[in-house]
Ligand binder design. Structure first.
Ligand SMILES: Nc1nc2c(ncn2[C@@H]2O[C@H](COP(=O)(O)OP(=O)(O)O)[C@@H](O)[C@H]2O)c(=O)[nH]1
Ligand SMILES: [Mg+2]
Length: 352
């Protein structure tokens, strides 16, 4: 039960203030600890706030998300959740479901009574709102998860196409070994970069071909398993080899994962970089070796929003202030998302 006390934890608080500087703080702490007080365990303040009814579990988890946030966008999403936005959306859905249930159960239990049950169309309307609610929360949760965990972009393709060179270029450092020997990369290599505040996990993989030995075979198995889990695949091709039919390469790729074809080594062809989109395929012609690093969130067609508005609002208004104007992503854990999806699926099954 809420204690009514206005502190974060809902408990009495004694605030001590001292002059700045690590030494003074250290002395104050030393003195206080000497009086029999102990340091808080990690997360203890949030735990107490939760136990005292000051926040629900989703809000308490958002505190940890805020501490772990690696970008401004992730911090904003965490603050929105901490301020109860995620919980509020769930509560609205909950009350709509309860309302539906009341009408359905009343209609079953008292079929002969002259009670004013909802009209069929009004019931259908409420049902549609519940479905829309599930969709909107799931979308916000998926966006939040992207901000929290990052977009997994797997760099795949044939050996020597320039995958590791592309990784190095995007990271801005020589993190992967590059040689002209096919089969150089055998293990999976991950690097996180931020594009416009969006964390992107770039994953370099072994080239896809008939493995020359058992180590390469394991590398290729790992590459395929990474592709299965990817949010996007950058499929790198050597443009000098003349690939006219991208569909042939799709055979290597898991269905449903969005793919962007990178036509690499255009410096050898002497043509300028360009982006081509036709027949459902996107091809970016570039040179990983000589091209400029200029990738943005738009290039990945990342569905996280709102991408730029909070940035404009941020300096004067603080991290969480724009939440009412931009009901954007909420940080969401895999378990939240899984349960939301399970609820929506169950609800849809029952509806049919
Ligand atoms: N000319 C040119 N060579 C490249 C380019 N990208 C990669 N290479 C060369 O192609 C070879 C294979 O590159 P690497 O990144 O190891 O390919 P991976 O096997 O796909 O990872 C190396 O000799 C690179 O220097 C490019 O854009 N232009
Ligand atoms: Mg490589």
């Amino acid at each position: 039960m809420p204690t009514g006390r206005p502190s974060f934890t809902g408990e009495h608080v004694l605030e001590l203030q001292g002059h700045g500087g690590a030494f003074i703080v250290d002395r104050v702490l030393h003195r206080v600890l000497g009086l029999g007080v102990r340091m808080a365990r990690p997360g203890e303040f949030s735990e107490r706030a939760f136990l005292n009814g000051k926040m629900d579990l989703a809000q308490a988890e958002a505190v940890a998300d805020l501490i772990d946030a690696g970008t401004t966008a992730a911090a904003r999403a965490a603050v929105r959740s901490m301020q109860g936005e995620f919980s509020k959306r769930i509560r609205v859905l909950q009350s709509q479901l309860t309302e539906l249930r009341v009408h359905v159960e009343a209609a079953i239990d008292f079929p002969d009574e002259e009670i004013d049950f909802l009209e069929g169309s009004a019931l259908q309307d409420l049902l549609s709102r519940v479905f829309a609610g599930f969709d909107s929360i799931t979308a916000a949760a998926s966006q939040g998860a992207l901000l929290r965990e990052g977009l997994n972009v797997v760099i795949a393709g044939a050996p020597n196409a320039g995958k590791s060179t592309l990784l190095n270029r995007l990271v801005g450092d020589d993190v992967a070994i590059v040689t002209n020997l096919p089969g150089t990369t055998r293990d999976v290599l991950r690097q996180q970069v931020h594009f416009d505040g969006l964390p992107v996990n770039l994953i370099d993989t072994a080239g896809l071909r008939m493995a020359a030995d058992v180590v390469e075979e394991e590398g290729i198995r790992r590459a395929k398993s990474e592709m299965q889990r990817a949010d996007r695949v950058l499929y790198v091709l050597d443009a000098t080899l003349g690939h006219s039919n991208p569909a042939a390469d799709l055979a290597h790729l898991p269905p449903k994962v969005p793919v962007v074809f990178i036509m690499n080594k255009i410096d050898l062809l002497g043509v300028p970089p360009r982006l081509e989109s036709n027949a459902g395929f996107t091809r970016i012609y570039l040179s990983a070796q000589t091209g400029k690093r200029r990738l943005s969130r738009r290039r990945f067609r990342c569905p996280v929003g709102p991408p730029t508005a909070p940035r404009c609002a941020a300096p004067r208004q603080g991290i969480g202030r724009e939440r009412s104007r931009h009901p954007g992503p909420v940080p969401c854990h895999r378990t939240h998302r899984r349960r939301l999806k399970a609820c929506a699926a169950q609800f849809e099954r029952n509806h049919r």
